[in-house]
Design a protein around this ligand. Structure first.
Ligand code: E4P
Length: 218
């Protein structure tokens, strides 16, 4: 399972990278705005800064919602750095853009996916990644994890190569549940990754080991 961090914050990306388990980064226009990054030139520079911090894939989202606009922006994003994956919204022109990029060998991440039907279309169009937003489904009392399980079943039925990127992860249990369901990737905040570390018996055990060592060596 690949671990992506879902942020445009360079400090958090660096911290996750230094942990040694990071496989990539996802961003979106809201995450860029949260970091105060605005203006096309600054946004493009920020993507390059992220690529220079991590080894893996970096999703960069198009703003256009028409086919020609998405193609123009996506090509500009892809040319920025070899690690860039062009993030395309799940809309009709987005499907056409996914197919266009797939035919050109440019990697894509289909975003804002909330149903199995949408995920099936993204795979048919040749998306490299599909991003079902499980946290946002949970927010409206719909089972986000069930969507991950259903997409896994459909993709396995036809051996689609599109990777399931469980997005809108809110906490550590989401990560564990997605791993059990066979999600290829998860993207979440740093806290969702660091939460995997925690167990009180680890802390108690370590404290005891150190106390016993100190008794014999003081
Ligand atoms: C995915 O790529 C999105 O950036 C993200 O996971 C959205 O998460 P949110 O629902 O917490 O905003």
């Amino acid at each position: 399972m690949k671990f992506f961090i879902d942020t445009a914050n360079l400090d958090q990306i660096k911290e996750a990278q230094e942990l040694g388990v990071l496989d990539g980064v996802t961003t979106n226009p809201s995450l860029m705005a949260k970091e105060g990054i605005s203006g096309r030139e600054n946004i493009l520079k920020h993507y390059v800064a992220i690529c220079n911090l991590v080894d893996g894939d970096v999703s960069a989202e198009v703003i256009a919602t028409d086919f020609d606009g998405m193609v123009k922006e996506g090509e500009e994003l892809a040319a920025l750095h070899e690690q860039i994956v062009v993030k395309i919204p799940m809309i009709k022109d987005g499907i056409k853009a996914l197919k266009y990029f797939s035919d050109k060998g440019i990697r894509t991440n289909c975003t804002l996916v909330f149903s199995v039907g949408q995920a099936l279309l993204a795979a048919k169009a040749g998306a490299s990644y599909v991003s079902p937003f499980l946290g946002r489904l949970d927010d409206i009392s719909t089972d986000g994890l069930q969507l991950i399980a259903d997409i896994r079943l459909v993709y396995d039925n036809y051996a689609f190569e599109t990777e399931i990127l469980a997005a809108s992860i809110r906490h550590t249990m989401h990560v564990i549940d997605c791993a059990k369901l066979g999600s290829d990737v998860m993207t979440g905040p740093l806290s969702s990754i660091e939460g995997l570390l925690k167990h009180p018996l680890t802390d108690i055990g370590l404290e005891k080991f150190l106390a016993d060592y100190n008794k014999g060596n003081s």
